[in-house]
Design a protein around this ligand. Structure first.
Ligand SMILES: Cc1cc2nc3c(=O)[nH]c(=O)nc-3n(C[C@H](O)[C@H](O)[C@H](O)COP(=O)(O)OP(=O)(O)OC[C@H]3O[C@@H](n4cnc5c(N)ncnc54)[C@H](O)[C@@H]3O)c2cc1C
Ligand SMILES: NC(=O)c1ccc[n+]([C@@H]2O[C@H](COP(=O)([O-])OP(=O)(O)OC[C@H]3O[C@@H](n4cnc5c(N)ncnc54)[C@H](OP(=O)(O)O)[C@@H]3O)[C@@H](O)[C@H]2O)c1
Length: 286
């Protein structure tokens, strides 16, 4: 029997085909050793981007900025992909910000989830974009492009970040203005949050730029770093290893170019086992 007319779609971007795949999940057992969580909210921003929230297992601990492997119970051996947790470590729920890749093994189905659906999550979080991997400093720059903002959404909502750094500068560069929306909402929410807002205040600085459309600020963040435009706008001195820290998240090309620039300012790469003055993580593999 065709059940499609009975299905409720939250918006026109969800295809019946993808939705059917999610509905079919009841036929597959939950693999051993993974959490099976319930989706509580889904918000679509563009035809390429959405975020969702889900329940958090009581035993699940992570550090703000880490990532986990998530999947859907739609096969005997589900596809799992790395996802940065965008919610902070103190939050009762877990939030993720996701791309929708046409024909992508995971996101072609994940984009159709609705509240009440199940999302699988492997138990062990990991990652280098954590406060522990950086030495304390006056300022931390979080350089992101596209979905690379995800780990920083967690960190800018964590009071610990403001205990470690006086200023938190979040840069986010996207191709067009619509793709900035998640970040704009994030910063607004942080500033108005009764808990984090008190810490963040005017110490959280947002620096969005767009590369393929008109906007108040255009161009790649690498150009802004290289030309000094970023520091001029902020009214701050250029990066220095004595005072500044950096976290970088974006495509492989963005990581390569941004790393080169921050290293030119004298910053050196750190890790969980050897904290230093900058850390990087891929936003996706390519
Ligand atoms: C450490 C780490 C953390 C990650 N965190 C996130 C996250 O928080 N949010 C998120 O959406 N993705 C994240 N990714 C990418 C994610 O793991 C998947 O690649 C993505 O969900 C697409 O899955 P897929 O199976 O549909 O397609 P895939 O087969 O995984 O990817 C197909 C192609 O789509 C493109 N692509 C994949 N992911 C992205 C992306 N995020 N932005 C732009 N293009 C992309 C690439 O060209 C890739 O080759 C992360 C990847 C890594 C390594
Ligand atoms: N179907 C669509 O509508 C659509 C739209 C966008 C992307 N895509 C595809 O999705 C994938 C990822 O796209 P994305 O936009 O999320 O990521 P992206 O290509 O990495 O671009 C995100 C932002 O990072 C900038 N950037 C790219 N390389 C950089 C570098 N080396 N240094 C500094 N900044 C850099 C981009 O500027 P520039 O604009 O100058 O490159 C853009 O503003 C690509 O494979 C792309 O083809 C599809």
């Amino acid at each position: 029997m065709d059940r499609r007319p009975e299905l409720r779609f939250r918006n026109s971007m969800e295809t019946p085909l993808a939705r059917d795949a999610v509905e079919a999940t009841a036929q597959f057992p939950i693999p051993p050793g993974v959490f099976a969580e319930t989706v509580t909210e889904v918000v679509h921003y563009t035809d390429r981007l959405f975020r969702f929230r889900m329940t958090r297992p009581a035993s699940f601990r992570f550090r703000s900025g880490e990532f986990v492997m998530i999947g859907l119970p739609n096969a005997l051996k589900p596809v799992f992909r790395a996802y940065s947790i965008t919610s902070p470590s103190w939050d009762d729920e877990l939030e993720f910000f996701s791309i929708k890749v046409p024909g992508g093994p995971l996101t072609e189905h994940l984009k159709a989830i609705q509240p009440g659906d199940t999302v699988l999550m492997r138990r062990k979080p990991t990652g280098t974009l954590v406060n522990d991997a950086l030495l304390s400093g006056e300022r931390v720059y979080m350089f992101s492009t596209g979905t690379g903002i995800a780990p920083f959404a967690s960190l800018v909502r964590d009071p610990e970040t403001y205990e470690k750094f006086d200023r938190v500068i979040l840069t986010h560069t996207c191709r067009d203005v619509a793709e900035l929306k998640f970040g704009l909402e994030l910063v607004e929410t942080v500033r108005n949050d009764p808990l984090v807002g008190e810490f963040a205040g005017d110490r959280l600085i947002h620096y969005p730029t767009v590369t393929r459309e008109a906007f108040v600020r255009t161009g790649r963040i690498t150009e802004h770093l290289e030309s000094g435009k970023l520091f001029e706008f902020l009214g701050l001195p250029v990066l220095a290893p004595e005072t500044d820290r950096a976290m970088i998240c974006g495509s492989m090309a963005m990581l390569r170019d941004t790393k080169r620039l921050v290293e030119g300012f004298g910053l050196t790469e750190g890790a969980n086992s050897a904290p230093s003055t900058y850390v990087v993580e891929r936003a996706f593999v390519d």
